[in-house]
Design a protein around this ligand. Structure first.
Ligand code: PMP
Length: 392
């Protein structure tokens, strides 16, 4: 309907049509207020209901325990890289540990692709001395390096718990199509060390055991809503600060300070009102679907594409190790760059768009987020089959 295409963009990306219809219906006059949500004061009762509703729904969907704060803020996924580092190093528990040790704590980064590398670089930029637990770069046959897998846990170089402020990883690497199961990381880390996770591109695609995390950060523009808002779920004790922590926080700009947001219901200043409103509708939609159903759907959708890759591995070359294959972003190469360009161009003629791999890695990438129906993957796989027959 509406002449919409099969939108396989990595983000900003497809949203549920029913959500867009509701936005459209209420655009000019939101529930009798005589204005759109975009035009509304964030200090109005109507907006209070929207933002409180967004938080309440998300808490239900993800079963967020009461000892976790839910924050909506700006700065994108990238803002979360610096914020994770700064907020954790300001928290009382980390500072107590540091005092006991008598020197600065380290922090652990799992580098599984470009986005966790981004988190690592930000910690380095801020003057930290992060420890690289693992780096998923490995040589390929062509001599290029990429992220395709993780070394076994026995080879991870986790820091000693008493010397480590937190462990950081990105659960779904949007560019490299590498997804690391939560359990693998949280089971490997000493329970006294908070785990910080970037879930920008797989949030709400499956149930998450929130209590195993210190904090979760996520930009909204893949599975949750439009660009412009990001989400933080953080254990409240990690927002506690003593005198020295308060001193340390002087070096955190307010817009990166999670406590600043948590103590004012995400509204110490003007929030991205419209983006949060759209997210609130997506959260309701996700609640209706249920995370278990969304998980089954993500397995089914991506499974169709991986089956095709496995059926013709010489033609559709999936670089990612089976166990770490992303259920959100499936990446593959064709035998030549020319064939890849032809594949993408022919797909576009059939209204399947945004299939070009990230500019840093090339190849083909199909992003299959929550709002993509199974039919989208079926249509794509049908095309893969035909293209294979015609060009093998
Ligand atoms: N983390 C992940 C996993 C991402 O996919 C992205 C963006 N695609 C980011 C962080 C950065 O987000 P932003 O562009 O909102 O800063």
């Amino acid at each position: 309907p509406y002449g919409r295409v099969w939108n396989f963009s990595a983000g900003p990306s497809v949203l549920p049509v029913s959500v867009l219809e509701e936005v459209q219906r209420d655009l000019l006059n939101y529930k009798g207020t005589g204005m759109s949500v975009m035009e509304m004061s964030h200090r109005s009762k109507t907006y209070d209901d929207i933002i409180e509703g967004a938080e309440a729904t998300l808490r239900r969907v993800l079963k967020v325990p009461d000892n976790y704060a839910v924050i909506f803020l700006q700065g994108g996924g990238t803002g979360g890289f610096a914020a994770s580092y700064l907020n954790l190093f300001a928290c009382k528990a980390v500072r107590d540990k540091q005092r006991k040790l008598g020197r600065q704590l380290s922090c652990d980064y799992l580098v599984t692709g470009s986005w966790s590398k981004g988190g690592l670089k930000e910690a380095q930029r801020l003057g930290g001395r992060p420890n690289v637990v693992l780096d998923g770069v490995r040589a390929t046959k062509t001599g290029a390096v990429s992220y395709h897998s993780l070394p076994p846990v026995s080879e991870w170089k986790l820091g000693k718990p008493e010397e480590t402020a937190f462990v950081y990883y990105c659960e779904n690497e949007t560019i490299h199509g590498v997804e690391t199961p939560s359990s693998l990381v949280v089971d490997a880390v000493d329970p006294s060390v908070p785990v910080i996770c970037d879930m920008s591109s797989n949030m709400l695609s499956r149930p998450v055991d929130i209590k195993r995390f210190g904090a979760i950060i996520a930009g909204a523009q893949k599975n949750m809503g439009p660009a412009g808002v990001s989400l933080v779920i953080v254990r409240k004790d990690l927002l506690e600060r003593d005198e020295a922590g308060v001193e340390a926080v002087r070096s955190i700009p307010s817009v990166l300070d999670w406590l600043y947001y948590a103590s004012a219901g995400s509204m110490p200043h003007t929030p991205p009102t419209f983006a949060i409103y759209v997210c609130s509708l997506v959260f309701k939609w996700a609640e209706e679907q249920g995370l278990e159903a969304l998980e089954r759907l993500r397995q089914a959708r991506s499974g169709l594409v991986y089956d095709m890759i496995d059926a013709h591995p010489e033609f559709y070359r999936g670089p990612v190790d089976r166990y770490y294959r992303s259920r959100m972003n499936v990446v593959f190469n064709l035998p030549t760059k020319e064939l890849e360009a032809q594949f993408i161009a022919e797909a576009a003629k059939r209204s399947m768009i945004q299939l070009k791999g990230h500019r840093s890695v090339g190849g083909v990438r199909i992003s299959l987020y929550n709002a993509m129906p199974l039919e989208g993957a079926q249509v794509f796989v049908e095309f893969m089959k035909e293209f294979y027959e015609a060009n093998r």
